[in-house]
Ligand binder design. Structure first.
Ligand SMILES: [Zn+2]
Length: 274
């Protein structure tokens, strides 16, 4: 056979077979779905019910942090990190928790109403298409498609990543927290008298995360600025990073609140403030 003819056959025969099957199938599909949308009593009723149910748009959240210090990465658990973040984001998290919960309640009612009012296989015309099984299948499929499917659970996904100082990935750990756990953590985070956390475990988690937000990158910047010397006594040995305003007094881990101290001066400072 002429290779050109062979090539044409090779390309066009499968295409022709494909079209010969595909076109009739899609025509039939269109006929049935049009019919169902026009005449299914259940789908019409469902569309009416849908008008009375507006669900909140709730998206679960991901919290991510990168550590470039293996020690810190290993010390901080995903729960510690979530606890720390909840101090700052609890308001928006709380709203999402409530939205998901109200969606859940509304969704129960919605399903009840659907079960009560929507009966499949009932059409408002006598002249049905020939294939009744196919008709039922299409109705069921389109009914499911028309049913609203709101988010009824809110989750927070915490992911901690260990990298090298140049951001190159080494390892990661992650956990998903459900509404019940998140609510309980928010309650514990808010259990404060003045500025003092009443829950020891919570305070430990928060201060641990705050302290260990000193990345190696940040540490080297602070050492550099302080000329690699203790800012109190000028020693070059056993240098440590110190929070000028301590974490327990609300001090944050930011460049301007960090200084270089030697271990000895740091210990003296610690003992005088507490
Ligand atoms: Zn010193």
């Amino acid at each position: 056979m002429d290779p050109k003819v062979a090539l044409i056959l090779f390309l066009f025969v499968p295409l022709a077979i494909f079209l010969a099957i595909f076109i009739p199938v899609s025509i039939v599909r269109k006929i049935y779905s049009d019919f169902v949308l026009k005449h299914s009593v259940a789908i019409k009723t469902l569309k009416e019910i849908n008008k009375h149910y507006k669900f909140a748009d709730v998206k679960s959240q991901t919290i991510m942090h990168r550590y470039d210090n293996r020690n810190y990465y290993e010390t901080i658990s995903t729960k510690d990190y979530l606890t720390y973040q909840l101090v700052f984001i609890q308001k928006s998290v709380f709203e999402k928790l409530n939205d998901a919960e109200s969606n859940k309640r509304k969704f129960e009612k919605y399903k009840e109403e659907i079960n009560e009012k929507c009966k499949l296989n009932s059409f408002d015309t006598e002249s049905l298409p020939k294939n009744l099984n196919r008709l039922k299948r299409f109705e069921k499929k389109l009914f499911i498609k028309t049913t609203q499917n709101p988010t009824i659970e809110f989750f927070i996904h915490v992911r901690l990543i260990l990298t090298k100082i140049n951001d190159q990935y080494i390892a990661s750990k992650e956990k998903i927290y459900d509404a019940k756990t998140i609510r309980s953590l928010i309650g514990r985070v808010n259990n404060k008298i003045g500025n003092r956390y009443q829950d020891r475990e919570i305070w430990d988690a928060i201060s641990r995360v705050e302290r260990e937000r000193v990345s190696n990158k940040l540490r080297f910047r602070v050492y550099n600025r302080d000329h690699n010397r203790c800012v109190k006594c000028g020693s070059r040995r056993n240098l440590e990073i110190d929070h000028i305003i301590p974490i327990s007094k609300g001090g944050k881990t930011v460049y301007s609140n960090l200084q270089t101290l030697c271990h000895r001066c740091n210990a003296i400072k610690g003992s005088t403030i507490e």
